[in-house]
Design a binder for this molecule. Sequence first.
Ligand code: PHE
Length: 533
Amino acid sequence: MAEAIQQLILNTLDKEGEIKDTRTLVLPGYKEPAATHDSQIIILGALNSLSSRDMIVYETHETISHVLTQEGAQIALQGSHEARVWAACPKKGEGAPITPKQLQEKVGAETAKIGQGQAFKNKWIGKEGDGFVKLVDSITDTTQLQMREVDSTGTLKAGEKALADLRKRKLIVHRKGQWFSVKKGPNFSTSTAKPETDLTVDMLTSGSWKKATYKKYNFEADGIPPNGGALHPLLKVREEIRNIFLEMGFAEMPTSSFVESGFWCFDALFVPQQHPAREVQDTFYLSDPAESLPPPKDYYERVAKVHEHGGYGSTGYRAPWSHEESRKLLLRTHTTASSASMLYKLAARCRGEEDDVEEAVKREGAHGAATVPGTGKPGPDGFRPAKLFSIDRVFRNETMDATHLAEFHQVEGVVADRNLTLADLIGFMRVFFKKMGIENIRFKPAYNPYTEPSLEIFAFHPQLKKWVEVGNSGMFRPEMLEPMGFPKDVHVHGWGISLERPTMIRYGINNIRTLVGHKVSLESVERSPAVRF
Ligand code: PHE
């Protein structure tokens, strides 16, 4: 049937050029044109199928018509209640009048009740004794005629007032209808051969693809529901740690600059230019472009000076300063490069410049507040305290093995305030790790060029039953902070931990290559539970 209707539409278009009104089509197997609601629905199905192949285009037109209610349909068939009452009564003088009880039995209680009054009013019947008789020989049952008219045409010639009256009597109701006008589409043809939905190897080798017609993409169709995305374990742990920081009043630092200069990654941190970490076997350098834009001039000069000649109570490294080394572009080896540039921004007011810390955070859409919740009001010297963190990627030119990758994530934080001490750093670490579910921590003296004192942080691993290093931290050196412009009493402590290590411990992963890279099993990513340290 569906194909026969499609064929009918195509043939009609072929013969007549267009179909102005689909209600004029005579569907296969019918004698009458398809004027009914149901037949237009069947036609719509065929139109959609043809238009999805661009064989036709069509427009929809709406109509409002009327249909009979159940009561209306009964009247169309058997006559109105009053007509049925009239028909049940004997002619005057011909037989005994019909009693109300008999009438009820004959036409039913409902019709007797409604019809009686109206038949009286119309003077069709009259009372005789305790029964009723016909007063006229014939009647015109207008209601029945109206019902029949609505049934076949959907409306009344008598007009809207009569229709409204019938609607009020609940004999007819509105019905929205549709009909369509149809024209040829760009792919018009009278053949309804099914369009291809797939391009197969066979079609390509035989060349039949050239002549085939293809089904158009239906962008409105519902797709196959996806399995649902799953966060990678690293992202879950990152979210967990991010929440700890936010809960402790930290703001996230902007860290989008994977490429940094030697200046921000090392010099600003008072890492000597001859330090082994800066060698090519440890750091990836860029070849194109190879050189960074110049750092802020005055600051650059202060940094160069403290390296070469000392200052701020330091003797410096007393080694010749290399502009070239400072301007080298590299993939940052630690997010402390970002911390350094953020601290430099934080010291802006101490240098008598505008402070754009909030703006920097906002610009990168970093998580947490756009403002820095940890920063209070600046003092008279322009300094204001700050608590900043970041969790992002770093790069090291390492030989990859089960526990090392050339790129990984660092969790980093700095706290800047007046007169902070090492005890503050230790206290902070205890609270921070406790929130990650790590209660048993120890500190070990360590060395970083930019912090003094420096502490490595060890946590007791209950499964491995041994102490494992979980982080590195320290109090930033005056050689680093004072050239930025911080007053002497401002101390900054900072720390860095890897994101991969706690994640591997958490998920019981012992080869980092099953955590990151092409060997990661998507299934295990999907199944790995959300974490709670
Ligand atoms: N940058 C250090 C690292 O990569 C971590 C650190 C940050 C240490 C800040 C002290 C202060 O391990």
